[in-house]
Every structure is written in structure tokens, then in C-alpha cells.
Design a protein around this ligand. Structure first.
Ligand SMILES: [Zn+2]
Length: 477
């Protein structure tokens, strides 16, 4: 079983063979910090976090670079509106986004790069493109990439620029020789934040920032370049043109793009006002629930965040933790070690088969429902032949790659119960009183009262289960 990844460049699923054995250099385009991070940012960052974790699970030494675009038109405009310095404005949102990504359970990338910390590298890069005839300086001090100097342009997006099928509005800017040439360096407007360059005061274009950071932190050639699907054209196409014009070598071996986020079937957009901010999602749901929602999907497909998605995920997570908690309290002495080993192997193989198939976390979660059903069935038997503790530990270990189910199961279950009881303003003593009342009613064959008590508790989100050891209660999320 070897890892296969869908390479957008070749449009095929390919065996994953890094440039240097055992080492993976990966770059994923990060966030332009012009405001609060939204659920789309969360999706992309969770996808590449899980890819990193799985590559490490396979034993690769992964260097993962992400960037913050901390200067651009939108940041400058939004900072001006807020009456703030654009650098401080960007820093405020970077700190906020970092904290939210931590709360979401993403591991820190090896390097978090920032555009404004790489200005010299960007200037050097642009100068080399000018020197080699791939870029030119306009009379206004802007620098443009000369599109017709790179004949392979369009190889990632399969867009043929000479046929005008770019789907983008042609920008006519004074000083541009060709409408499709794109800016590497933008001259400063009066009063705008700017850096000194050989072409006058200005700031970098967006595309060149990623090419320069890749070169600086990972070198001329990298294994994986990632981002959202909306970045394929023109951003990634332009990165290829810049980097390959400079180095003469193929830039990224595998291009991986995640799908876009929809909200209740509609495109997430400002004009529709249907966006979900990450901080709002985190205020309502725990990281396990959000990650489960985002990963119950094949990463390359669009994801539809319906109103019921997160609540439903929350119920699954609660049930999974409840099962793990039940296993922790069980006694599995005198079980069949060989049978247990075989079951663990089966689970591990199912997990690896799914993840090796282009990081198919949807398949992992589908398989996991089967694993938990198996455990629940075995728990309900008088005597199981399996060491369910070892099996549960393996599942938790594998779920570490998704960074889900890593909390103490007893604490998780207790916390959820406490949350519900507080919200419903009902105590455990109250519940026990109700259960006793129902037991008495049942003894007196007063079924109406017994049913009424059960219904009353259900209104509070509490379900009763009659077992040979008496009536138990649980929360019904
Ligand atoms: Zn980028």
C-alpha cells in the first residue's frame, strides 16, 4: 500500500514519491489577514494540517511552510477604514487567527512566513526576473511579469491565455504592455505603506510573495504546493511562471487543492451575508466537532456546511467518546490476544487504505462508524473475546492523524453532561428523583405517570435506558 495523491498538474492520481527520499517539503498558501478568519480558512488549514500529520505518520520528515499575506489592497483599505496602521492592523488579525487555529487543533506549521518579513527576498527575485527578460519596469515604477516570456503558462489550470478563456476581467493598467501581464511590484500611492526598491517606493504584488517565500524557506523545487481551488488560476499559475522562469526547473512536483465551502448549498459570499466566522464556530462547537464536520468529506470536493452538519457531528463525537469511556471502565482479562491482534490489523489497514487513497478522510470516518459499532456490540455481550481497550487505544492513535478523539473520554462526556444540565437548569439529584418517581409509578402499574416522567426528562434533553442494573440516564444531544 503506497500513498497516492491527486496531482492537479497532471490531473491524475499518482504514486507519491518525494524529490528526496524521506523528506517532504510542502507549502500551502495561507490567509490574507484583512479581517476575521472564516470557516473557509478553517477548512483549508485543517486539510493541510491533516495531510502533514499523515505524511509524518508514514515516517516522512515534513517541512510545512504557510504564509500570511500581511500587506495588500484590502488590508490597506480595511485598516484605513478602522483608522489603524496597516501593519498593526494585520498583526492584530494574525495574532487572533493564530489563537483560533490553535483552538481548532491545528499543529503549528514548521514556518509561518510573512510577506513583510521577506521584502528583500522579493526584491531580489523581481530583479532577477527583470535581468533575465521575464519582467519589465513601467514608466510609473510598477514591475510586471511578461506573460509571453513563459510559453508553458497555463499548464496547471489548462487555461489557454491566447484564446482568452481566462474567465477573468482583463485589467488595463497604465504602463502594462499586455493586458494579461501581472504585477510583481506595485508603486506606492501617496501616503500608502511602502518599501524602498530599485524601482522606487512600493510594495510586492501578491503572487511574487509566495514564489519568494518558497525559494527562501524550501528551495528551488518543492514536493507539494497546496491551497484552495480558487487559487489555481491565476495565483498558482503565476507562481509557476515566476519561479520556473527564475530557476529553469519544475517548481512543485504535486499540486494539491481543496474544495470550496458552501453554506446550506450556496456559495459563501459577503453579498449573501452567509459567512461563518471561525471564532463564532469555536464559540458554539468544540474543535473535535468542527474537525469531524470538515473532514467528513473528500478534501478536493466542495464542502456544504448545512445548519445540521455541526450539531450532527457533535452527536457522533459524543457517542464515540461515550463508547471510549465505557471501554476504559471495562475489564478485559482472559480475552483472545490473537483475535484482538487481527482486529487491530484490520482497523489499521482500513485506515491506511483510505488515507493512502488521496487522504480520504471521508472513508476513514465511514470506516470508524463500523469500528465503534463493533465495540458497542462487544460491550453489550456478557463476555467478549476481544481486548476492547487495546482496540480503542488503536482507534484513538489513528484518529490522532485527524486530531480528533484525543481528549480524555470521561472528562469529555462529563463536561457535555454538565453543560446540558446547566443549560436546562436541572441537577443530577433532580434526575434521580424523577427516575425514582418513575420506578414507583411502574411498580404501581401507573404507566401514564411513568411515561409522563420519561417525556418530561426528554424535554430537558435527557434519555432513560432501562438495563438489568437499573435505569441509567444520558444526554440526548
Ligand atoms: Zn500563494
Amino acid at each position: 500500500m503506497a500513498l497516492k495523491v491527486y496531482n492537479v498538474l497532471s490531473r491524475t492520481k499518482q504514486d507519491f514519491i518525494p524529490l528526496n527520499p524521506g523528506i517532504v517539503n510542502m507549502y500551502a498558501c495561507g490567509i490574507t489577514v484583512s479581517g476575521d478568519a472564516h470557516i473557509g480558512h478553517a477548512y483549508q488549514s485543517v486539510v493541510f494540517d491533516v495531510i502533514t500529520r499523515y505524511l509524518r505518520y508514514l515516517g516522512y520528515n515534513v517541512k510545512y511552510v504557510r504564509n500570511y499575506t500581511d500587506v495588500d489592497d484590502k488590508i490597506i483599505a480595511n485598516a484605513a477604514r478602522a483608522g489603524e496602521n496597516p501593519i498593526e492592523f494585520a498583526e492584530k488579525y494574525m495574532a487572533q487567527t493564530d489563537a483560533e487555529m490553535d483552538a481548532l487543533g491545528n499543529a503549528h506549521p514548521t514556518i509561518m512566513a510573512r510577506a513583510t518579513h521577506c521584502i528583500d527576498d522579493i526584491i531580489n527575485f523581481v530583479q532577477k526576473l527583470i535581468d533575465s527578460g521575464h519582467a519589465y519596469v513601467s514608466e510609473f515604477g510598477d514591475v510586471y511579469f511578461k506573460l509571453d516570456s513563459f510559453p508553458a503558462y497555463g499548464k496547471l489550470s489548462h487555461i489557454q491565455v491566447d484564446k482568452n478563456d481566462t474567465g477573468v476581467r482583463k485589467e488595463t493598467e497604465p504602463g502594462k504592455k499586455n493586458d494579461l501581464d501581472f504585477a510583481l511590484w506595485k508603486s506606492a500611492k501617496p501616503g500608502e505603506i511602502a518599501w524602498k526598491s530599485p524601482w522606487g517606493m512600493g510594495r510586492p504584488g501578491w503572487h511574487i510573495e509566495c514564489s519568494a517565500m518558497n525559494l527562501k524557506y524550501l528551495g528551488e523545487q518543492i514536493d507539494i504546493h497546496g491551497g484552495g481551488r480558487d487559487l489555481v488560476f491565476p495565483h498558482h499559475e503565476n507562481e509557476i511562471a515566476q519561479t520556473e522562469s527564475l530557476t529553469g526547473k519544475p517548481f512543485a512536483k504535486y499540486w494539491i487543492h481543496c474544495g470550496l465551502v458552501k453554506i446550506n448549498g450556496q456559495k459563501m459570499s459577503k453579498s449573501l451575508g452567509n459567512g461563518i466566522l471561525l471564532k463564532d464556530a469555536l464559540a458554539k462547537y468544540d474543535a473535535d466537532t468542527i474537525r469531524f464536520s470538515l473532514l467528513r468529506n473528500t478534501y478536493s470536493a466542495d464542502i456544504d456546511i448545512t445548519d445540521s452538519l455541526m450539531p450532527e457531528s457533535g452527536r457522533h463525537i459524543y457517542k464515540m467518546y461515550s463508547t471510549l469511556a465505557a471501554v476504559l471502565g471495562g475489564d478485559f482479562a482472559n480475552v483472545d490476544a490473537a483475535k484482538t491482534d487481527a482486529k487491530i490489523d484490520e482497523i489499521k489497514n482500513e485506515f491506511e487504505r483510505a488515507m493512502n487513497d488521496n487522504f480520504n478522510t471521508l472513508e476513514v470516518i465511514a470506516a470508524a462508524f463500523g469500528w465503534f459499532n463493533f465495540i458497542n456490540t462487544e460491550i453489550s455481550r456478557k463476555k467478549t473475546e476481544y481486548d476492547l481497550k487495546r482496540i480503542a487505544n488503536k482507534i484513538v492513535e489513528l484518529f490522532g492523524v485527524l486530531n480528533i478523539l484525543q481528549q480524555n473520554p470521561n472528562e469529555y462526556v462529563e463536561n457535555k453532561k454538565t453543560e446540558l444540565l446547566q443549560r436546562e437548569n436541572i441537577s443530577v439529584t433532580d434526575i434521580e428523583k424523577y427516575i425514582a418517581e418513575r420506578a414507583t409509578a411502574k411498580q404501581n402499574r401507573d404507566w401514564a405517570t411513568a411515561d409522563a416522567v420519561r417525556a418530561k426528562l426528554l424535554e430537558h434533553g435527557i434519555v432513560l435506558q432501562d438495563t438489568p442494573n437499573g435505569t441509567k440516564w444520558d444526554i440526548n444531544l
